[in-house]
Design a binder for this molecule. Structure first.
Ligand SMILES: *Cc1c(COP(=O)(O)O)cnc(C)c1O
Length: 384
């Protein structure tokens, strides 16, 4: 019976301590309250602290009237859902990135599960970093391409795979994140671009989910920082993290945009985001270049935490605002996370299968409205 199977599976998850449930969180600005305990949120993706900035919301609301407040698009963009707000935001994005065009999706998950199946076929080889996000893995699974995963950031293995395989496929797509979700380390986009350029049939796909808003002089991400925006064929990012909104984008050539509009199922077969959400995203993006101070502060406190962890003997690969404290054993990690939470910081343990066996960690995800003083307090709590 199906229900027996489901019950058994849930029991197994509980036994293996991999059972998930929704935490009954109450939000209060940059704090969260869980079971009556108030904690500074060190697990948020609101990297610039924009999502709980009331004055920003007040400013935005001044631009809205009941006539322009559109809470739904009521349709796919290919039918009647194509409000002018979308085209305006896409033009704004293309101008910011200096690309021919841009296209908006309902989420990063929609983007990553839709683009790869649309642009690849059985004559495609996808070479993906071992640590790419689940949404990219699902996109690869839905595609008819052959896929090989290369060791995390191992460019010599990638080079070898390319030289062994490039003759056997019509096209190769290299897939990576720029800042990686769990280690907080970074891909060498410049080197990937060089590699791509030495062959005629390679395309490069970069997911900037954790870097958009946070990196580069205008907050456009690692591709801006490494000066290679126009060398990336599929430059993807989400509005759900530093941008304090929802949705996602690709900055790309016009021909790729047209192709996706025609072929991408997660773009075609879904109701477009509410226009009010698109207006908010656009409004936040206008502010993005002027948020350099927040980006600098975020990097400063991140460096401080990382340095302290290394001083206390932890191996910490991070070069970003995602700072893992790699403990090793799951039990020990959970104990330490609970201890840190009791002291008022909401940091969460991450265990296998999300991370490799033996590398359970507390994942600090810092935001620009955490103070240096709070980081100092956190550092005092951490023992070597
Ligand atoms: C969060 C995330 C996504 C998904 O984006 P959503 O807009 O939340 O669906 C995709 N890729 C990476 C690397 C992410 O961290």
């Amino acid at each position: 019976m199906i229900s027996d199977h489901i019950n058994q599976e849930l029991l197994t998850l509980k036994e293996k301590k991999n059972y998930r449930s929704l935490p009954p969180l109450i939000h209060d600005g940059r704090n969260v309250i869980l079971n009556g305990q108030r904690m500074v949120n060190l697990s948020s993706n609101d990297y610039l602290g924009l999502a709980n900035n009331i004055s920003l919301r007040k400013e935005f609301l001044k631009t809205i009237t009941p006539e322009t407040f559109l809470p739904t698009s009521s349709s796919s963009r290919l039918l009647t859902g194509n409000f002018t707000d979308y085209q305006e935001l896409e033009q704004q994005l293309a101008a910011m990135f200096g690309t021919e065009s841009a296209l908006i999706f309902n989420s990063g998950y929609h983007a990553n599960t839709g683009i790869l199946p649309a642009v690849s076929n059985a004559q495609t080889l996808i070479l993906a970093d071992k640590l790419v996000h689940a949404s990219l893995i699902d996109g690869i699974r839905l595609s008819s391409a052959k896929c090989i995963r290369y060791r995390h950031n191992d460019l010599s293995q990638l080079q070898r795979l390319i030289s062994e395989n490039h003759n056997a496929y019509e096209q190769i797509i290299i897939v990576t994140e720029s800042i990686f979700s769990m280690d907080g380390d970074e891909a060498d986009l410049h080197a990937l671009v060089q590699l791509k350029k030495s062959y005629s049939n390679i395309l490069l796909y970069v997911d900037e989910a954790h870097a958009f808003g946070v990196r580069g002089d205008n907050g456009l991400g690692c591709a801006e920082e490494q000066n290679c925006i126009n060398d990336i064929d599929f430059l993807v990012g989400t509005f759900g993290k530093a941008i304090a909104s929802a949705g996602a984008y690709i900055a790309c050539r016009q021909v790729i945009r047209e192709y996706l509009i025609n072929k991408m199922r997660t773009f075609i077969f879904t109701t477009a985001l509410p226009p009010i959400n698109i207006q908010w995203t656009s409004w936040i993006l206008e502010q993005l270049p002027s948020l350099q101070e927040k980006r600098t502060h975020l990097l400063r406190i991140s460096n401080k935490l990382k340095t302290a962890l290394v001083d206390k003997g932890y191996n910490c690969p991070s070069v970003s605002h995602i700072v893992p404290m790699i403990v090793g054993a799951s039990e020990n990690t959970i104990c330490k996370a609970e201890e840190i939470q009791r002291k008022g910081f909401y940091a969460l343990p991450v265990r296998p299968p999300t991370v490799p066996e033996g590398t359970s960690r507390i994942r600090f995800s810092l935001t620009a409205d955490i103070t240096e003083h709070e980081i100092d307090q956190l550092i005092k709590l951490i023992n070597g």
